[in-house]
Design a protein around this ligand. Structure first.
Ligand SMILES: Nc1ncnc2c1ncn2[C@@H]1O[C@H](COP(=O)(O)OP(=O)(O)O)[C@@H](O)[C@H]1O
Ligand SMILES: [Mg+2]
Length: 313
C-alpha cells in the first residue's frame, strides 16, 4: 500500500522529509517511513513503491546485526508486535506494515555524525579546492572516490530547513561539549567500520553515511541519560552505496540508490525545465519504477532476502 502521508490516532511529534513521527507515550515514539522521496533536498510529489518498508527494514536489519556493539532506539519493527503494544493502531495495521518502527524516545543531539570511508560528493569538492576535509588537511594526491583509512569523521549541523552545514570537530565540541563530542565520534566510527565490513562481504561499498544519536530520557538506573543510536541506520537514504564490482577510483561512482531519480532531475535542470526548487517536476512512471527497483535490490543484496512488505522476519 503506497503512503504519501500518514494520519494516525496518535499525537504528532514531528514530520520530516520522509518520516512521520508520533508520540506513543512519555518514553516511546512511532517512526513511520512514508514512500516520499526527496532529492536535492526537495520532496517529490510522487511516492516510490516499497521505499518506506525498505528503509525501515534495512534499519531494523542493521540494528540486529550491530546489537552487541551499540545501544539503539529500536523496540520493534514487527507490525503485529507494534499493534499489541499500541492497540489504537489496530485499524492501520495494513498501511503501517513494514514501515513502522516503535522506538525509545530520546533527546536528539543537534549534530549529524557523518563518517566518510571514501572521498566523494561535497567532501571531494572541498578537498579538490583546498586539500582539506571538514577544515582538516588531508594527504595530497588523493583520487576522487579513494578509500580513506582511517575513515574521516565530519560532523554537520541539523538545518531545520535547506542544506545541512559542515562543521569542524572543534565546533561540535562547542555545541555539545567535549565528552559527548568524543563519545559520538567514537560510536560513529565503531558503527560505520562494522557496517562497512559487513556490507563489503555482500558486494556493497558504503562510501559514507550519517548517524544521529540521542540521549535517553527518564531516570531508569540502566537507561536514564544513556547515549543511543537513533533515526535510520546505514540506509540508502542516509548513506552512499556503491556496487563493489564496479569500483574504480579516479572519478565519480555509479550509485545504487536514487541514481535514476537524480539523473532524471539533472536532465530536467540542464534542459532548463527545473530550477532546483519547489515545486519539482512530475516524475515519469519509468523513473518511479526504476527507483523502486533500486531500493528493493539494495534490500535483497544486503540482507540476502526478498523484502517481506509486512516486515516479518
Ligand atoms: N529515537 C528518537 N527519538 C527522538 N527523535 C528521533 C528518534 N529517532 C529519530 N528521530 C527524529 O525523527 C525524525 C525523522 O524524520 P526524517 O524524515 O528523517 O527527518 P529529516 O527530514 O529531518 O531527515 C528526525 O528529525 C530524527 O531526528
Ligand atoms: Mg532524516
Amino acid at each position: 500500500m503506497l503512503m504519501q502521508a500518514s494520519a494516525l490516532p496518535l499525537k504528532p511529534f514531528r514530520r520530516g522529509k520522509v518520516r512521520d513521527v508520533y508520540e506513543v507515550d512519555a518514553d516511546r515514539l512511532l517512526l513511520v517511513a512514508t514512500d516520499r522521496v526527496s532529492a536535492f533536498d526537495v520532496v517529490m510529489e510522487e511516492t516510490i513503491p516499497y521505499k518506506g518498508a525498505v528503509l525501515t527494514q534495512i534499519t531494523a536489519w542493521w540494528l540486529r546485526q550491530l546489537e552487541d556493539r551499540i545501544d539503539h532506539h529500536m523496540l520493534s519493527a514487527d507490525i503485529a508486535e507494534i499493534v499489541r503494544e499500541v492497540p489504537s493502531l489496530r485499524d492501520h495495521e495494513q498501511e503501517l506494515a513494514g514501515r513502522a518502527m516503535l522506538v525509545r524516545k530520546s533527546t536528539v543531539f543537534p549534530v549529524e555524525c557523518v563518517v566518510r570511508g571514501y572521498i566523494s560528493g561535497s567532501a571531494w569538492k572541498e578537498y579538490r579546492e583546498g586539500g582539506t576535509l571538514a577544515g582538516e588537511p588531508l594527504p595530497s594526491g588523493l583520487l576522487e572516490s579513494a578509500r580513506l583509512d582511517p575513515p574521516i569523521f565530519s560532523p554537520a549541523t541539523k538545518a531545520e530547513e535547506g542544506h545541512d552545514e559542515n562543521i569542524t570537530v572543534e565546533r561540535m565540541r562547542q555545541l555539545i561539549g567535549d565528552n559527548d563530542a568524543r563519545e559520538l565520534e567514537r560510536l560513529s566510527r565503531t558503527v560505520y567500520e562494522s557496517g562497512r565490513r559487513i556490507a563489503a562481504e555482500r558486494g556493497i561499498i558504503i562510501a559514507d553515511t550519517k548517524f544521529e544519536f540521542g540521549r535517553m530520557r527518564g531516570t531508569g538506573r540502566d537507561t536514564g541519560g544513556k547515549v543511543i543510536l537513533v533515526d535510520e541506520v546505514l540506509t540508502p537514504d542516509s548513506s552512499r552505496f556503491w556496487p563493489a564490482d564496479r569500483y574504480e577510483p579516479g572519478h565519480g561512482q555509479p550509485s545504487f540508490d536514487k541514481q535514476p531519480l537524480r539523473d532524471y532531475l539533472d536532465e530536467e535542470k540542464r534542459a532548463g525545465r527545473w530550477d532546483g526548487n519547489y515545486p519539482p517536476p512530475r516524475l515519469p512512471k519509468d523513473v518511479i519504477d526504476a527507483t523502486s527497483a533500486r531500493y528493493l535490490d539494495i534490500y535483497r543484496r544486503l540482507t540476502g532476502h526478498t523484502l517481506d512488505p509486512n516486515g516479518r522476519h
